[in-house]
Design a protein around this ligand. Structure first.
Ligand code: NDP
Length: 236
């Protein structure tokens, strides 16, 4: 049994974030999720936040701190796609995805680092994607934002590693959520052909890796990129 911690997961009202919150709850932690709409799993505190807005992120952290105590584990999970080919991608499509996925993670971990530095303990987990390092046609914006998280985690590791704080990236492959349900069936079948595991994963399979990396046993793992992709991105 790992030490009970106060955990905040962004985008915890559905998909991978919801599953991560459920898994932390099952392991006995105090869990809060941010959501723009809807609620996290039963037993979690749901707070409103838009990760593109620093004031909204700050208010969400203050509410979690008041109700559950300082955030010890933060999972920057909120993310979006706006896929199209480079030639057709508008500045707005590029900027919105980078602002949400990369800028959002920056705002969240910056706010979280205050309390972690004080406590001289913390776990920062950034949810990236296999395509961050593998690349993906039609996802220049998304892949760039997800690759950026690797540099972010590694820089945080160098800045804060001596203060008991780790920062790691979890890079899921294809996970069964609203994000992948939006892909046409033929495209889903094509993707499955290239995945050594031959299937997509359930959100729980990502959640269990996240709880492990945030746990007591993973204190000497930092700046790592941990794939949860059925072998899709091997070598990257
Ligand atoms: P979903 O589309 O199911 O959920 C996305 C979550 O992010 C929602 O909770 C959404 O909130 C939240 N969110 C989006 N924009 C913002 C914002 N500006 N502020 C706050 N919250 C926001 O995604 P998944 O669960 O599939 O993905 C979760 C993470 O995992 C993402 O970072 C994604 O890139 C990554 N990932 C997913 C993969 C997959 O196969 N599904 C593969 C690899 C990585 P709301 O409900 O309010 O919109």
């Amino acid at each position: 049994m790992t030490t009970p911690r106060t955990v905040l997961v962004t985008g915890g009202n559905r998909g991978i974030g919801y599953a991560i919150a459920e898994e932390f709850l099952a392991q006995g932690h105090r869990v809060a999720v941010t959501a723009r709409s809807g609620e996290g799993p039963a037993g979690a505190l749901t707070v409103r936040a838009d990760v593109t807005d620093a004031a909204s992120v700050d208010a969400a952290f203050s509410q979690v701190e008041a109700e559950l105590g300082p955030v010890e584990v933060v999972v920057a999970n909120a993310g979006i796609t706006k896929d199209t080919l480079l030639m057709r991608m508008s500045d707005e499509e590029f900027d919105t995805v980078v602002e949400t996925n990369l800028g959002g993670a920056f705002r969240v971990v910056k706010r979280a680092s205050k309390g972690m530095l004080k406590a001289r303990w913390g776990r920062i987990v950034l949810i990236s994607s296999v395509v961050g390092l593998y690349g993906s046609a039609g996802q220049v914006n998304y892949a760039a934002s997800k690759a950026g998280l690797v540099g972010m985690a590694r820089s945080i590791t160098r800045e804060l590693g001596a203060r008991g704080i780790t920062a790691n990236v979890v890079a899921p492959g294809f996970i069964e959520t609203d994000m992948t349900a939006a892909l046409p069936e033929a495209q889903q079948a094509e993707y499955k052909k290239n995945i050594p595991a031959g299937r997509f994963a359930s959100p729980n399979e990502v959640a269990r890796v996240v709880t492990w990396i945030a746990g007591d046993d993973a204190g000497y793992v930092s700046g790592a990129v941990i794939p949860v992709d059925g072998g899709l991105g091997m070598g990257h």
